[in-house]
Design a protein around this ligand. Structure first.
Ligand SMILES: NC(=O)c1ccc[n+]([C@@H]2O[C@H](COP(=O)([O-])OP(=O)(O)OC[C@H]3O[C@@H](n4cnc5c(N)ncnc54)[C@H](OP(=O)(O)O)[C@@H]3O)[C@@H](O)[C@H]2O)c1
Length: 220
């Protein structure tokens, strides 16, 4: 068994999620940021790749006080658990994400010295020999009571989850800009899939300045 997994990402019309510098670019409009915050508040866990932690250093907290209070009233934690996928345990000790309940998922590649440092900041779980075994990680999260996982990127993690059939839904916000750049990260990086991953379009709507696409995957 595994939790329900949904991806949320903001992209340019040419599918880029940052530019060649790989630094964070604000693509969401105000309306989209509010939507993302509600989605975060609905999740039990937020999953993110180490590439995004190193590039953007996000906190991943629910921004709206009202939504945090509602979670508390429902007997949930103020913010979802944050899960960082990080084979070699490269996460900096002062990463902003450590403001809360954090799980760092590593593989057997991680050096003991790094693990000992991060163990003081987060719960460490080991799945996989080289890359983190995402199937096992999701199975573990399910056993921990996690039922809804929101994946907030980046493109390498999303690609890996998709190629293993581990995504159920995706929300893609397309901002009305082009970013360009052959090496700019995209919604789905990593290696190309041998067989294209089939989806169903649940809705397409205009949101603020851009377009919100809601997709369903046939993966469970
Ligand atoms: N616009 C948006 O909504 C948005 C959202 C998020 C990120 N971004 C952008 O995306 C970029 C970062 O994306 P990214 O693709 O470089 O990094 P990423 O997807 O955040 O992290 C990928 C890294 O995770 C680790 N990993 C461990 N096990 C894995 C597995 N089984 N499958 C996949 N990855 C695994 C790998 O590093 P190790 O081997 O070292 O563990 C891998 O390189 C930044 O430019 C950021 O600004 C944009």
């Amino acid at each position: 068994m595994r939790p329900h997994v949904f991806v949320n990402v903001a992209a340019s019309l040419d599918g880029k999620i940052s530019d060649e510098t790989r630094r964070q670019i604000r693509l969401s409009c105000k309306e989209d940021l509010e939507r993302v915050d509600k989605l975060r508040a609905s999740a039990d866990a937020i999953m993110i790749g180490i590439g995004t932690i190193l590039a953007d250093n996000p906190k991943l907290n629910v921004k709206s006080r009202e939504l945090r209070e509602r979670r508390l009233r429902e007997g949930r934690s103020e913010n979802p658990i944050k899960v960082v996928v990080d084979s070699r345990c490269r996460i900096p000790e002062d990463a902003e994400v450590f403001d809360g309940n954090v799980i760092v998922a590593i593989s057997k590649l991680a050096e003991k010295e790094r693990v000992e440092k991060i163990e003081k900041k987060a719960r460490i779980v080991v799945f996989g020999q080289e890359k983190v075994d995402l199937n096992s990680l999701l199975g573990f999260l399910y056993e921990e009571g996690v039922r809804r996982v929101m994946v907030e990127g980046g493109g390498t993690l999303i690609s890996s989850l998709l190629s293993h059939g581990l995504v159920d839904e995706a929300f893609i916000y397309y901002a009305p800009v082009f970013i360009g750049g052959a090496s700019s990260p995209t919604i789905c990086d990593g290696r190309s899939f041998r067989v294209p991953v089939k989806t169903e379009i649940l809705s397409v709507e205009r949101l603020g300045e851009g377009i919100l696409l809601h997709l369903r995957f046939f993966s469970k």
